[in-house]
Design a protein around this ligand. Structure first.
Ligand code: B12
Ligand code: SF4
Ligand code: SF4
Length: 320
């Protein structure tokens, strides 16, 4: 009955209407990814981020027992300003780089407000639907769902990349007790490119699609409580808060994608005319060829669990 009133398509249209750049529906069946995530933690790749060991992260039914599908959204945060790889050494004197994602207002607040509006829209049509809203703040592996929602593929730099908009994306998810038709996953379009692996200064991308976060500059400058280990100090370079390098060099973030103006650009810098010198130049790498990953459109659902009966609240530490 609920399904007849609310389709995945309606929800996605509403999400785009609310200002999200991308929307897709993922199945709850992301067990292969969650197993990958569990093994990743077992290898110690999470460093001091102990909250990533929370067993709830490996079983969405522990978060919402009635969950049947996941609404995934993406919001572009790019701005037409140069990349860190383009400005390095461009001027004399000391320079520091703050990661692109932190240039505007706190994305948790912006995403959260929009997601709450989307949740309200779902509940307006179907009040009995149970939901949990997450944007980086709870025990949910957001990329695992997004990877299977059609929004984008997991790049070798581990970021979700959309073919049209690149990877400068904030992600958000709504776990939902509605049975929604999942979208088909986006094929892997990294091909034989290895630009991100070669560009990473600390060797954090230990192999394609796998990061040892304890070596990542983003972790070292934002998450690590103690001082940065000696072996990484010179490699951190001018990055003082986060790191953009493996996304800066990605051909899917080249000029076409750089032209996308983010919500931050439209909101906070709207009045200021753009200086042409500030407009980003294309990244210099090129994709040699594509070997799209074979993706099995496996839409099998997990069995229904007991309903928990309450509206969502988030928990867990805030990262990135
Ligand atoms: C911990 C964390 C970090 C850590 C570790 C990052 C990492 N790559 O694991 C650190 C501090 C380093 C970090 C950095 C950044 N982060 Co962060 N981070 C998170 C957080 C909280 C959890 C990520 C996690 O679980 N990692 C563990 C690994 C194993 O999982 P995963 O990378 O998500 O990959 C899953 C799937 O993609 C898939 N998968 C990937 N590869 C493969 C391979 C196989 C074979 C299979 C089967 C599956 C599979 O399975 C994995 C597990 O299910 C999420 C928010 C959340 N709650 O999910 C944000 C999040 C991933 N971060 C985000 C962002 C924006 C960033 C930064 C750009 C910020 C910055 N500039 O500093 C960088 C990007 C660095 C990078 N190259 O990833 C965004 C992702 C945006 C995107 N386009 O992908 C998220 C989703 C936050 C958000 N809500 O927007 N982050
Ligand atoms: S964010 Fe920087 S340090 Fe981390 S994997 Fe990418 S290039 Fe390496
Ligand atoms: S730089 Fe190349 S290998 Fe890395 S994520 Fe982008 S396309 Fe994939």
């Amino acid at each position: 009955m609920i399904q007849a009133m609310l389709s995945g398509r309606t929800i996605k249209e509403r999400a785009v209407g609310l200002g999200f750049d991308l929307a897709g529906i993922a199945p709850l069946d992301v067990w292969k990814d969650l197993e990958f995530s569990r093994r990743w933690v077992e290898k110690g790749f999470n460093g001091e981020m102990r909250y990533l060991e929370n067993p709830k992260r490996f079983d969405p039914l522990m978060v919402l027992p009635s969950a049947k599908s996941v609404v995934c959204v993406g919001l572009v945060y790019n701005a037409p300003l140069p990349y860190s790889t383009e400005t390095a050494g461009a001027a004399s004197g000391p320079r520091a780089w703050i990661s692109r994602y932190a240039w505007g207002r706190d994305y948790h607040e912006i995403m959260r407000a929009k997601l709450e509006q989307l949740r309200a829209a779902i509940n307006e049509s179907a009040p009995e639907v149970e939901t949990r809203v997450y944007v980086d703040t709870g025990p949910v592996v957001e990329r695992a769902f997004t990877r299977l929602s059609g929004i984008g593929w997991t790049g070798k730099n581990t970021c979700i990349i959309n073919q049209e908009k690149g990877s400068w994306l904030f992600l958000g998810v709504i776990l939902c007790s509605l049975e929604l038709e999942p979208d088909l996953p986006a094929p892997d379009r990294c091909g034989s490119c290895t630009a991100c692996l070669e560009a990473c200064p600390t060797g954090a991308l230990v192999e394609p699609y796998a990061m040892d976060a304890s070596r990542c500059i983003s972790y070292l400058t934002i998450e690590l409580r103690g001082s940065i280990p000696n072996e990484f100090r010179s490699k951190v370079g001018s990055n003082v808060f986060g790191c953009d390098i493996c996304q800066d060099v990605c051909p899917w973030n080249s000029s076409r994608q750089s032209a996308v103006i983010s919500y931050q650009q439209t909101q906070s810098q709207h009045e200021r005319p753009l200086d042409p010198r500030e407009v980003a130049r294309p990244a210099t790498t090129a994709i040699q060829d594509f070997h799209p990953m074979i993706v099995e459109p496996d839409h099998a659902r997990v069995s229904d669990g007991a309903t928990s009966g309450q509206q969502a609240t988030d928990n867990g530490p805030r990262t990135t």
